[in-house]
Design a protein around this ligand. Structure first.
Ligand SMILES: *Cc1c(COP(=O)(O)O)cnc(C)c1O
Length: 267
């Protein structure tokens, strides 16, 4: 599992893992390359891993659940370099593309793998338009599915590409701004890189101190944050989520963090 840049999955590690499996008599068949991890929004090296996957006939799935929405902006597309090597790609428009929950978009290079596995063709489901458009009931285990594509259509029509790009860029800029506030305070440190709308930070010092800090930040009831841990280092994650977020909210959030930290540091 990738955790931050230094732990991001590289082609060489994937190749070693595959070889080890084969030596142990196992048949590796599937690898997940994560673009924007949940822990710290780290990016695996898709262009390296994809080539390795293709070479060993290992299915490459790209998990871009959160960060995938950012690829609507050309300046972030370098992070999906090597996408042509992927067998499947998923991102969740409900996370960062303003579509209401739930909506996960999945792309497959060759849907016939799924269609052949899940095909359901009883007489009572036959229709005249068969073959002229995909029947998504063949792409999944359940028969019935909601018409989620309609929500995406409405969001695209309502906002347009440019406004969605603006939304993504604003969130990334808010994260950078929050990180700057954090960096200016020597009691704190940033953990890893600031990618997309996520800032991972902590008070310098022990994990316990940061667990206490998070308890107090959330306990004040004004902002909410979620922690994570990489290499046994506990940190706090500030994620920008709302389309209504303004710069002032970042100032406010940072003040909340500082107030909570002062409660601890004064004790
Ligand atoms: C949110 C998230 C998930 C979970 O996605 P589901 O579609 O709810 O299963 C998986 N991977 C990453 C990187 C995520 O950010």
């Amino acid at each position: 599992m990738p955790t931050d840049k230094k732990h991001s999955l590289r082609g060489e590690s994937l190749e070693n893992a595959i070889k080890e499996d084969i030596e142990n008599g196992l048949i590796p068949f599937y690898a997940v390359v994560t673009l924007g991890t949940t822990n710290s929004c780290a990016f695996d090296n898709l262009s390296e891993c994809g080539v390795v996957g293709n070479k060993y006939n290992v299915w490459i799935h790209v998990d871009a659940a959160y960060a995938g929405s950012a690829f609507i902006c050309p300046e972030y597309r370098h992070l999906m370099k090597g996408i042509e090597t992927a067998d499947s790609f998923n991102f969740n428009p409900h996370k960062w593309m303003l579509v209401n929950f739930d909506c996960s978009a999945m792309w497959l290079k060759d849907p016939s793998w799924l269609v052949n596995a899940f095909n359901v063709d009883p007489l009572y489901l036959k229709h005249d338009m068969q073959g002229s458009a995909p029947d998504y009931r063949h792409w999944q285990i359940p028969l019935g599915r909601r018409f989620r594509a309609l929500k995406i259509w409405f969001v695209l029509r309502l906002y347009g590409v440019e406004n969605i790009q603006t939304h993504i860029r604003r969130h990334c800029a808010f994260a950078k701004y929050f990180a700057k506030l954090c960096q200016e305070d020597t009691r704190f440190e940033i953990v890893g890189e600031v990618n997309m709308g996520l800032v991972c930070f902590r008070l310098k010092g022990s994990n316990e101190r940061n667990e206490e800090l998070l308890k107090r930040i959330n306990g004040r009831g004004n902002v909410h944050m979620v922690p994570s841990k990489i290499d046994d280092v506990y940190f706090i994650r500030m994620a920008v989520c709302s389309r209504f977020t303004k710069t002032e909210d970042m100032d406010y959030t940072w003040k909340e963090v500082v107030a909570a930290a002062c409660e601890i540091l004064d004790n």
